[in-house]
Structure formats: C-alpha cells, structure tokens
Design a binder for this molecule. Structure first.
Ligand code: FAD
Length: 412
C-alpha cells in the first residue's frame, strides 16, 4: 500500500513523486514509457521553471549535461522587436534541455529520493472503494496485469489523460487551438534564442539545446496545414526566408538537420477538473495551453510543487486530504489564468491592436523591456503588467502620445 501513486513520470509526475518521497511518503510512479525517451515537445524553460530545479538541487545536474545557456531573448511580433532578458528569482540564464535529458534527470531524481518507479507500465483502470479512488491497475510489457493500492492517485499522464477519463474529469474553459508546428534539430547554427512572428500568420522559433544543437521550429495556423504538407521542406524554409531573409540564408547554407521533422496539429487549450475523492490531475492532464509561449514544462514544475505541498498537508493530517487537493486546483487556476488567456490570444499569430500598442511601447524603453522580459520569465503577473497604472509608466517611458495609449483589449 502506497501513500500516493503517480501515473506519468515526465515533468509533472517525477518532480511530484520526488517532493513527496523527500517528505517521507511512500510513492509509486508508473509510466508506459521507458527512460530516457523523447516525446513530441520543444522544451524552452522559463526562469520560474529553472528556479524550481535550482531549489530542488537539480540545476547543477542539468547544467552538467552541457545544455547551452540562454542569456538573451529576441522576440518579434509582426514588426515590433524586443530583445533582452530579466533575472527572475535569482535565475539569470535559462535552458531548453532535450526531453530525453530533462525527463530522465527528473525520473532519476524521483528514484534517488526514494520513490519506486516502474517503467513500461500502462494504466488501464482505477481501483475504487466507497466512492474514492484507491489504486490503479494496468499492464506491463508482456501483457500481464497488475494492481497497486494507495491512499491517493495522481494523473500526471499528459493530454488525453487516462486517469482524467477514468474519473470523468470535466473539461472547462476550452478555447480552440490555433496552430500546427513542425520542428527538428540542427547542427551548424550559432543563433541566440529567437521567436519571430511575421505577417501572414507565420512564426519561427530557434534556440540552443544540448549537444551544441539548435531546435528550429515553425508554426502556422491550422487552416494552412493541408497546404503546408504538400512540400514540408520548402514551406519550412520559406517561413524563415519571408520573416528574416538573413536567417533563411543561414539555415539553408549552414544548418544541417540531424533528425526528421516532427509535426503536430495542436489540441485545444483547456482546463480540466483536477481534484476529486482520492484523485488529482497535474501537468497537461489538468491544464493545457498552446506551446507558443512555452509554459507547459515550467507550469508542470511550479504546480507540481503546489500539489506536493497540498498532498503533504493531507497525508500528514494537517487538513482533510480532498480539501487540501481542491485548494491546489484553486491556486493553480487562479495563478495560471493570465498565462492561459495570454497564450490563447497570442498563439492566434495576430494580436489585437491593444497588445500591439503595448508591445510597441515596451520595446521603446529600458523600463519597458525589463518589465516585458519579467512578464515573459514569470516574474510579473499579467494582471500587474497590463494594469492601467503600469501601462501608463510604460507609455510615458516610451513617449507614447495620450491619444495612442490603449488600456484594454476591449478597446481593440
Ligand atoms: C510541439 C510542442 C512543443 C512544446 N514546446 C514547449 C516548450 O518549448 N516549453 C514548454 O514548457 N512546454 C512545451 N510544450 C508543452 C509540454 O510538452 C507539456 O506541457 C509537458 O510535456 C507536460 O508535461 P506532463 O508531464 O504533464 O505530460 P507529458 O510530458 O505528456 O508526460 C505524460 C507521461 O504520462 C505517460 N502516460 C500517459 N498515459 C499513461 C498511462 N495510461 N499509463 C502510464 N503512463 C501513461 C506518458 O508515457 C508520458 O510519459 C510543447 C508541447 C508540444 C506538443
């Protein structure tokens, strides 16, 4: 009998298991994957995500993998360019580690903390007692079935969460997806972090990762997917050529793709009910948004820690466990709403005039750039950044005339 079973051992599941095991709880983590292994995901981490790794004593291990540090960000949104970086929570450089590297490091950390990890185990059902979830059943690689019991079960099993489906967790605040993505890994580039959205709804991203390679990615709206697929290589290259011809030339002349291009049509953005009797959902299982803003991994770490604290409060008898876990969901929803809404808006690849006015002002002063990059790194809440008084300080620093200042997306 375990205290907690966690289903899914990547960036949401393993840190949760590690934190609970460090607090002395008996934890089992199962995953149908084996590690190290890749998953379809690019992997930029924000300062607040990196700060979690530092606090947990894992940052030195990540740095030791040779992942290239990122100390300057270059964003451009339909002609408005912002370059810079802001220290947040003492983090003055960030990373985009390969998932083969990051997830494996997290699984190892869970094991080192004392959690039991079973790889290659697919959860197919839940065990119930008196209306509460009290365990999981599933199959191992040879097809044989096993059951494990626990006081609490957490689904950290990503989008289309099996645990979420088995408890019939309701989806809410669903917003339609905007984009599809193609990405791969390249030798021969020496670029900083770049994230450029051009006219005609096209975007490219590129940033350094492990092995002196760059991850290079292109996003376009879903309604262009069929057309894009007719000649993926040419259309991938064309996005660079059209947004930044000099980067297009460097990609063509110097970039050597070392892996196949991967693609994904993004699923819709959503929240999912994430707390119930004997169960919780964490990471993408309970809250997913477009990867445009690169918040999935950092949020999985941040809210995984919140859930660990709340579960600990329940398991140690400080609070009834179900109430403690409902509080996790409330905190997550409250703190993540700004990121969710901003992500849904900006991933449409065409911001309403309000946001363009704000970005233009932010790009025009040191203060504006600092505040913008604090927002991007998780050091400033959307509510604070977009508050009218704060916008006024940015407009004043940029010399934006009173008649051009905008204070709300409703004015757009
Ligand atoms: C194209 C793309 C690009 C992205 N780029 C970024 C980025 O740059 N930065 C960023 O922060 N985020 C990015 N994201 C989002 C990020 O990938 C996710 O937010 C993150 O992986 C969520 O972590 P998770 O642990 O919740 O789920 P996952 O990483 O999906 O892990 C879930 C785990 O659960 C296991 N599992 C599932 N079902 C079962 C079952 N029935 N039994 C046992 N195990 C099971 C799976 O094998 C898997 O290992 C991107 C996503 C995509 C698709």
């Amino acid at each position: 009998m375990y205290d907690v079973i966690v289903v899914g051992a990547r960036c949401a599941g393993s840190p949760l298991a590690m934190l609970l095991a460090r607090k002395g709880h008996r934890v089992l983590v199962v995953d149908r994957s084996t590690f190290p292994s890749d998953t379809v995901s690019t992997h930029y981490m924000h300062q607040v995500g990196v700060a979690r790794l530092k606090e947990w004593g894992l940052l030195d291990k990540l740095v030791a993998t040779g992942v290239t540090p990122i100390r300057r960000l270059n964003f451009s949104y339909t002609g408005i360019t912002l370059r810079g970086f802001a220290e947040v929570e003492g983090i003055d450089e960030v990373y985009a580690p390969r998932r083969t590297v990051l997830d494996n490091l997290l699984v190892d950390a869970a094991r080192a903390a004392g959690a039991e990890v079973i790889e290659g185990f697919t959860v197919t059902g839940l065990l119930w007692q008196d209306g509460r979830v009290c365990g999981v059943k599933g199959t191992v690689a040879d097809g044989s079935e096993q059951e494990f019991r626990a006081s609490f079960v957490v689904g950290a099993d990503g989008r289309n969460s099996t645990v979420g489906d088995l408890v019939d967790a309701e989806y809410h605040t669903v917003r339609p997806a905007s984009c599809f993505v193609y990405y791969s890994y390249y030798d021969g580039l020496d670029w900083e972090f770049h994230h450029w959205t051009g006219f005609d709804k096209q975007q490219f991203g590129a940033w350094p990762t492990n092995d002196n390679q760059h991850l290079v990615t292109v996003m376009r709206p879903l309604d262009r997917f069929a057309e894009f697929r007719t000649d993926v290589d040419a259309n991938f290259q064309q996005v660079f050529d059209q947004i930044m011809p000099e980067f297009g030339a460097q990609l063509r002349d110097n970039g050597k793709r070392t892996e196949q291009l991967r693609s994904m049509r993004y699923p819709d953005n959503y929240y999912r009910r994430s707390a119930g009797p004997g169960w919780a959902l964490v990471g993408d299982a309970g809250y997913h948004k477009d990867p445009f803003t690169g918040w999935g991994i950092s949020d999985a770490l941040v809210y995984g820690e919140v859930l660990a604290d709340q579960l600990h409060a329940g398991l140690s008898g400080e609070q009834p466990i179900d109430a403690a876990v409902r509080e996790y969901e409330r905190i997550r929803d409250e703190r993540s709403t700004d990121t969710f809404n901003f992500t849904c808006m900006i991933s449409e690849l065409k911001a309403p005039p309000f946001y363009e006015t704000v970005f233009r002002a932010a790009s025009a002063s040191e203060l504006g750039l600092t505040q913008f990059f604090r927002l991007i790194g998780g050091g400033l809440h959307g509510k604070e950044f977009f508050a009218p008084e704060h916008l006024d300080t940015l407009y004043t620093a940029a010399g934006t005339p009173a008649g051009e200042r905008m204070y709300s997306a409703d004015e757009s």
